[in-house]
Design a protein around this ligand. Structure first.
Ligand SMILES: Cc1ncc(COP(=O)(O)O)c(C=O)c1O
Length: 421
């Protein structure tokens, strides 16, 4: 039996309870509009590798240096993933084993700085990520984190504040990148400040890695010392992490991933990463990355036309951060109503938000998943109008039911897989 002959439905007879969950989730994803900016829909090939027999095996170590026998194919597949990642991003070094984006960041901390060292990073409240040193995260507890934000007027990274923090605290590492920052980041300015302080410069491109891979936006890889990413967002691979670096950092990163932070790698996901990187190397992925940005921009234009304010006034990437204040509603009320209407987004703080994190003034909306399903200009315009309609009328059950049925009709006419490429 080969991988393609494994019966896809066998779980239905083996475990009807779990099978029912999987079926229901398949239907939910098929019949609704997935607009969480950090999510995507993978190709059948990625899905197949992620659900393959490679889940059965321990492969602690690295290609050619495993602590277990029987790893011949694991070496081949991990080398494929490494070579493709390096080629895709023009990187000198790649480690494809990180279990997640958070783990990848922790592994970089472990490889480059010591407990108590000063680190400068973007705050969560202004679009950063927990793993860059929020007080509740391990990084926030172990390192002396100093966080910059965006400026009040432009809502873009406040480089005066970054420079001030760097000069005051002389950090060992400077981090940029985030989860809810819709604009391009000026990597060169960070590089200059990192050089001035003698700091390691880390870019976490988790959100926009696919746009970099598709050459739709500038790459941080030539500028930064180390670049981390998740593989499951715009990059359209399986859930997981990836670390890229300049060669001199390679050795310490290898050690910090294994044995420093992890045990056996999730080799079914390493195989799926290899597949995803292969897809991203194809010319059609460039077109995908461009369409992701175009669709997010179109959506932003429609929402702005409906009277909503976009944080920073728009987007250069795959996401828009929408301030709902003009509609007199909250991120929580709007995202709940949108879920009922079959449109999945998340509530999000906007910079200098006056509401509690459990309420929020904004929602974050992304285009990667629907672009993967093949949706384009017409669909994104319709979706923008639905979002505005629901956000304006979060208590109107009849309107929400009508939108839900229209959404279901449109969503189910697109396949639940990344377009063949
Ligand atoms: C910028 C950034 N870094 C890291 C992560 C963490 O990734 P994971 O959820 O795989 O740990 C995220 C997740 O949203 C992210 O947005």
């Amino acid at each position: 039996m080969t991988v393609t002959e494994v019966p896809a439905k066998s779980i239905a007879s083996q475990d009807p309870e779990v099978a029912a969950c999987l079926d229901a989730e398949f239907k939910r994803q098929t019949n609704t509009l997935e607009m969480i900016a950090s999510e995507n829909i993978v190709s059948d090939a990625v899905l197949q590798a992620a659900g393959s027999v490679m889940t059965n095996k321990y492969a602690e170590g690295y290609p050619g240096k495993r602590y277990y026998h029987g790893c011949e194919q694991y070496d081949v597949v991990e080398n494929l993933a490494i070579d493709r990642a390096k080629k895709l991003f023009g990187a000198e070094f790649a480690n494809v084993q990180p279990h997640s984006g958070t783990t990848a960041n922790q592994e970089v901390f472990l490889a480059t700085v010591k407990a108590g060292d000063a680190v400068v990073s973007l705050s969560l409240a202004h679009g950063g990520h927990l793993s860059h040193g929020h007080a509740v995260n391990m990084a926030g507890k172990l390192y002396a984190i100093h966080q910059y934000g965006v400026s009040r007027d432009t809502e873009r990274i406040d480089f005066d504040e970054v420079a001030k923090l760097v000069r005051e605290h002389k950090p060992k590492m400077i981090i940029t990148g985030g989860s809810a920052y819709p604009r391009l980041i000026d990597f060169d300015r960070f590089r200059e400040l990192a050089d001035e302080a003698g700091a390691v410069f880390l870019v976490d491109m988790a959100h926009f890695a696919g746009l970099v891979a598709g050459q739709a936006i500038p790459s941080p890889v030539p500028v930064a010392d180390i670049v981390t990413t998740t593989t499951h967002k715009t990059l359209r691979g399986p859930r997981g992490g990836l670390i890229l670096a300049k060669e001199p950092f390679g050795k310490s990163i290898q050690k910090s991933v294994f044995p420093g932070m992890q045990g056996g790698p999730l080799m079914h996901l390493v195989a799926a990463k290899a597949v995803a990187f292969g897809e991203a190397l194809r010319p059609s992925f460039k077109d995908y990355a461009k369409r992701v940005i175009r669709n997010a921009q179109l959506l932003g234009e429609v929402l702005a036309g409906e009277g909503l304010r976009l944080v920073t006034g728009g987007t250069d990437t795959h996401l828009v951060l929408v301030d709902l204040t003009a509609f007199g509603t909250t991120g929580k009320a709007a995202s709940d109503a949108l879920e009922d209407a079959g449109i999945t987004v998340n509530m999000n703080m906007i910079p200098f938000d006056t509401r509690k994190p459990t309420e929020c003034s904004g929602i974050r909306i992304g285009s990667p998943a629907l672009t993967s399903r093949g949706m384009g200009e017409d669909e994104f315009r319709r979706i923008g109008r639905w979002i505005a309609e629901v956000a304006r009328n979060t208590e109107d059950k009849a309107l929400i039911a009508r939108v839900r049925s229209e959404v279901g009709e449109m969503a189910s006419s697109f396949p639940l897989r990344a377009e063949e490429n």
